[in-house]
Design a protein around this ligand. Sequence first.
Ligand code: NI
Length: 182
Amino acid sequence: MILPIMAYGQPVLKRVASPIDQEMDGLSGLIDDMWETMYNAKGIGLAAPQIGRSIRLFVVDTIQIEDMQEEGIKQVFINADVVEESGDFWSYEEGCLSIPKINEDVERPEQITLRYLDGGFVQHVRTFEGMNARVIQHEYDHIDGILFTDLLKPLKRRLLSRKLDNIRKGKIEADYKMKFKL
Ligand code: NI
């Protein structure tokens, strides 16, 4: 089922999400819905707060990215924790399904090591790099209530404030269903 995507301004996007209990009802259906919602919106990652659920769950599919340097991943991340981030910071233009039509350069470290459970609740500790790391860092931020626009320099953010206000008020056309804070 395709779910509406929470737009910038929705309080759930600013909340630190809670860990998931393995016994949680409807988890596998929710994960299926997140994949469907992400692909429908042509995304490469989606975090649970973006569909209104304040839980530590996100999905990533970088296999879709055309000019990947490293091998792409398609992975469910449950209760992820950052073990460490390392490497040089590099800049790349990011976007977000909750913030349509805004793309800005964001600096992030090259590598991230995460401890997480996969869709079958099997624990992994794995290091990701390049675009895989970047998409994971972006989605991980979502479960900590951080948006990529929070990482921009204050001047840049000020320049975007009108556009962000319009998204908050629902004055935007997205190619997928969104839910605004009205
Ligand atoms: Ni995002």
